[in-house]
Design a binder for this molecule. Structure first.
Ligand SMILES: Cc1cc2nc3c(=O)[nH]c(=O)nc-3n(C[C@H](O)[C@H](O)[C@H](O)COP(=O)(O)OP(=O)(O)OC[C@H]3O[C@@H](n4cnc5c(N)ncnc54)[C@H](O)[C@@H]3O)c2cc1C
Length: 498
């Protein structure tokens, strides 16, 4: 069920000035930066606090790993590995008015699915073009967001943000300070807190164990026997990379082998040293890994590509927002906690949406709700809508921990933009391209980034929009384009969830 969000008559500049809010955005990844831009467009006074030394979030590749805590997240934010290339085509991975065109003036990466560094360059260009850097405080970690102050009507009017600043190039001195804001936008990402499986003997296994969050390069796995748990996007990338250097790579998937995507089923037999197993029975102190199929190997390393959990360690809402089996809630439309809206909001929680566009829409909605240009429904109505939404999805078989996965449901995304910020529906070619890209990823996991065909509509639209190097024509048939929800029921590299 959808709750109508009312729009006020268009605001005058005077009204916007009166409704100007002092807003703290936590995080300068894609979600935080687009929030900063939209908040500024709406006349708000924005401060973005970013714990790292640069903007970009996940895309700010960090060669360091959490060496002292390879199963956890002891400080490094980015989970990006050196060889990572985008899984979504660049043609639809831009902000609405800032296409992610290949750059012609330097040695950039002009591929349709470029490496991570190219996307970071794009994010930096976005910051420069829209003058966002003067809103960003780098090396500033938010430690605590809380103590909301209420007005006479029980509406939250102030938040206290405690943060620590460090490493300004002068000394390692860290200073803790507090500042008050009218509103806080949480844009801290959700691919940094490793989710680990519970496996018998895991605590006793003395050899190397790490989560994919801490994987960067294959070198140290040379000639090793590696067991890799979880076989989704990161798992597949890492397994295929390790096959080239390791002696053997044993992949463990909780799915039945029949349940693997066609692309994975095609890829496995191509590699003589890649072996599939159903599940791990237990890990033994002497390095043995016992599989549920009765086989066993002595392994040197185990890599868990088992996904990530939401985590907001700095957020203190007195229990009004919680994370329960990876559901952040309650959140109205994945964005506003009913009891604290609009002064507290979340941008970037949904996954399997077209990014960064979906986050841009969320950010615009937040900015307009704060200025009063958009009115949110009463708290009880938002709460009811959030509960109904999740109930309907559970009934449709979506597990709780996939609560924020949208499975590229274009109708939902289009309606979201239309309903909340009056955005026109995106052109059909973008959806066609995205559908084809996802289908290709599932069908041809190893080659989808370099071997693709576009339909006529996509080709023509790309030309019209100024993409000079539109690829050669071809059409995908319906079968290739069909994506079952079942195939998509996993997050970035989480386990299959049925
Ligand atoms: C390996 C990998 C590959 C991916 N590939 C793709 C892809 O091909 N296509 C795609 O669309 N998406 C991909 N994604 C998803 C990608 O993360 C999102 O598209 C998007 O970049 C998320 O942006 P974000 O700003 O929400 O979060 P993040 O990029 O995680 O940014 C959050 C920011 O918040 C900061 N922060 C966190 N806590 C604090 C704090 N307490 N104080 C101050 N700052 C804080 C962090 O340092 C970070 O800079 C991938 C993700 C991973 C992990």
């Amino acid at each position: 069920m959808h709750v109508a969000v009312k729009m006020m008559a268009s605001s005058t500049e005077e009204e916007l000035e009166m409704n100007k809010k002092k807003v703290c955005v936590v995080g300068a990844g894609v979600s935080g930066l687009v929030s900063a831009r939209e908040l500024r467009r709406e006349g708000h006074d924005v401060t973005v606090m970013e714990q790292s030394g640069g903007v970009g979030g996940q895309w700010l590749y960090d060669p360091r790993t959490d060496a002292s805590d390879p199963l956890g997240a002891a400080g490094v934010h980015s989970s990006v590995y050196a060889s990572l290339r985008l899984t979504s085509p660049r043609d639809i991975m831009g902000f609405s008015d800032f296409p992610f065109f290949p750059r012609s003036n330097d040695d950039g990466d002009s591929r349709r699915y470029p490496g991570h560094a190219e996307f970071l360059r794009y994010i930096r260009d976005y910051c420069d073009t829209f003058g966002l850097m003067d809103a960003v405080r780098l090396n500033t970690k938010v430690l605590h967001v809380g103590r909301p102050l209420l007005d006479d009507d029980g509406v939250v009017t102030r938040w206290t943000v405690r943060y620590c600043s460090s490493g300004h190039g002068v000394s390692e001195h860290e200073a803790v300070a507090e500042e008050e804001f009218d509103a806080v936008v949480v844009a801290s990402g959700h691919y940094s807190q490793p989710r680990l499986p519970a496996i018998n003997g895991m605590d006793k296994w003395t050899r190397r164990q790490l989560h994919s969050h801490s994987y960067r390069v294959p070198d140290s796995f040379h000639a090793e026997v590696v067991v890799l748990v979880g076989f989704h996007q990161s798992g597949v990338d890492i397994a295929l990379e390790l096959c080239k250097v390791a002696r053997d790579v044993h992949v463990v998937s909780v799915k039945s082998l029949e349940g693997l995507t066609p692309g994975v089923r095609k890829a496995v037999p191509r590699h003589h040293n890649l072996h599939l197993h159903l599940q791990i029975e237990c890990l033994c102190e002497d390095g043995k890994v016992m599989f549920a199929d009765g086989s066993c190997v002595v392994a040197d390393s185990i890599i868990y590509c088992t996904g990530y959990d939401f985590s907001f360690p700095f957020l203190d809402t007195g229990g009004l927002v919680t994370v329960d089996d990876n559901r952040v809630g309650p959140l109205f439309e994945h964005t506003f906690p009913p009891a604290l809206a609009p002064s507290l909001s979340f941008v970037g929680v949904p996954s399997q949406v077209q990014t960064p566009l979906f986050y841009e829409v969320q950010a615009r909605w937040v900015a307009q709700a704060l200025s009063g240009r958009r009115l949110l429904p009463p708290a009880e109505e938002m709460l009811r809508a959030a509960e109904e939404y999740h109930r309907a999805r559970e009934k449709a078989g979506v597990p709780r921990r996939m609560s924020h996965a949208i499975f590229f449901d274009f109708d939902y995304c289009d309606e979201f933009g239309e309903k909340h910020v009056g955005l026109p529906r995106p052109p059909e070619w973008k959806k066609e391209l995205m559908r084809a890209a996802v289908a290709r990823l599932l069908q041809d996991t190893e080659t989808f980034r370099d071997d693709y065909r576009d339909g006529d509509l996509v080709l023509e639209s790309l030309r019209l929009e100024g993409w000079s190097s539109a690829p050669s024509p071809g059409t995908l048939n319906d079968k290739e384009n069909g994506i079952a929800m079942h195939d998509m029921m996993h997050d970035r590299d989480g386990e299959t969830l049925e």
